[in-house]
Design a protein around this ligand. Structure first.
Ligand SMILES: [Zn+2]
Length: 162
């Protein structure tokens, strides 16, 4: 086999992130390529955290994955510099210790997804699972225009499992 003199990037994996200074956009691209556009959304409100922890401790693979994603996100929020804090996905509200916000976990709609992203929605923008989900979907459609013609599945609308 000869490789030829291709100058293209060797693989479509989103590894370097060199072109994508925003890790969120990188995550969106990864989820997008894995999902083909069909997404699962799961809303986790502050009141749902304990439930996720219990489910994860019981060995539920979905809960373990969600908990890991939430931990990463919470660390990222805490580590964000004061000058450029992470913000609500739907408004300029910075996510600080005193801010009450919920998460919406977005995953490719398939078994054992390997990618996912988490968006935060502040309590000024939304408090019910339906509102939170709507804000998340609106934001996703803005940054991911071809989603507007694709379905978004809502598998765990109330944070827990059916
Ligand atoms: Zn907000």
């Amino acid at each position: 086999m000869t490789g030829g003199a291709r100058t293209r990037k060797p693989s479509p994996t989103v590894k370097s992130g060199a072109d994508d200074p925003n890790p969120f956009i990188t995550a969106v691209r990864t989820v997008r390529s894995e999902s083909g556009g069909l997404l699962d959304l799961m809303v986790v409100r502050p009141a749902d955290f304990a439930f996720v922890v219990v489910e994860a401790a019981a060995g539920d693979p979905d809960a373990i994955r969600v908990l890991a994603a939430l931990e990463t996100t919470v660390k990222r929020i805490a580590a964000a510099p004061r000058r450029s804090p992470m913000r609500c996905v739907a408004c300029p509200q910075p996510l600080l210790k005193k801010t009450i916000f919920s998460f919406c976990i977005v995953e490719p709609s398939r078994a054992n997804p390997t990618s996912g992203l988490v968006v935060a929605v502040c309590s000024r923008c939304a408090t019910t699972p339906e509102q939170i989900q709507e804000k998340a979907v609106t934001a996703l459609r803005k940054i991911w225009p071809d989603l507007s013609s694709r379905p978004i599945e809502v598998t765990h609308p109330t944070g827990g499992r059916a």
